[in-house]
Design a protein around this ligand. Sequence first.
Ligand SMILES: CC(C)(COP(=O)(O)OP(=O)(O)OC[C@H]1O[C@@H](n2cnc3c(N)ncnc32)[C@H](O)[C@@H]1OP(=O)(O)O)[C@@H](O)C(=O)NCCC(=O)NCCS
Length: 149
Amino acid sequence: MLRVATVGDLPFIQDLAGAVFSRFGDYRRILTRFFYTDGVTTFIWEEENSPAGLGMVALDWGLNSTYGVADLMAIALTPDRQGQGSGGRLLAALLEWSRAQGADEMQLTVAEPNHIARRFFARHGFAPAGRDEGRYPAGQRALRMVRTL
Ligand SMILES: CC(C)(COP(=O)(O)OP(=O)(O)OC[C@H]1O[C@@H](n2cnc3c(N)ncnc32)[C@H](O)[C@@H]1OP(=O)(O)O)[C@@H](O)C(=O)NCCC(=O)NCCS
């Protein structure tokens, strides 16, 4: 089940970011900053009534755009929940929420060496967008992927 995160979820968010994203940079701090950024909604993914993952979506299209692009800022499962299909259910819930907000496209960046995540996103309809998006704080190349909703 997807629910909107509250300040009380920050310790879980920070610990999960530290566990799964620290090879890309100081993501305990970066996800904390995203949490407090206007336009970013942070979600907790619950399984059996306990936190199993997180998702962060930014809806930052301008008032005069003709279409809405939702930015998937982060998606992660706790290590014990990975590799069992939960990510697909979490992603489907984030796509559905973004569609309901009026988005018709979702974009993200993924680190070049994160092959598990790249395959995961490709399996779920994302295609490389072909633009160089720079680098993660720890130096990995960031690749952009997009899909329509
Ligand atoms: C990316 C992620 C959300 C995908 O969700 P998921 O539920 O694990 O996805 P899947 O069940 O489809 O499994 C993904 C892969 O992990 C493999 N896997 C199998 N057992 C595993 C285990 N015990 N632990 C980790 N991965 C495992 C799966 O076989 C699959 O590999 P494949 O691509 O070769 O088929 C999740 O793995 C995750 O949170 N990763 C860490 C954070 C991350 O990298 N996020 C994306 C940043 S942009």
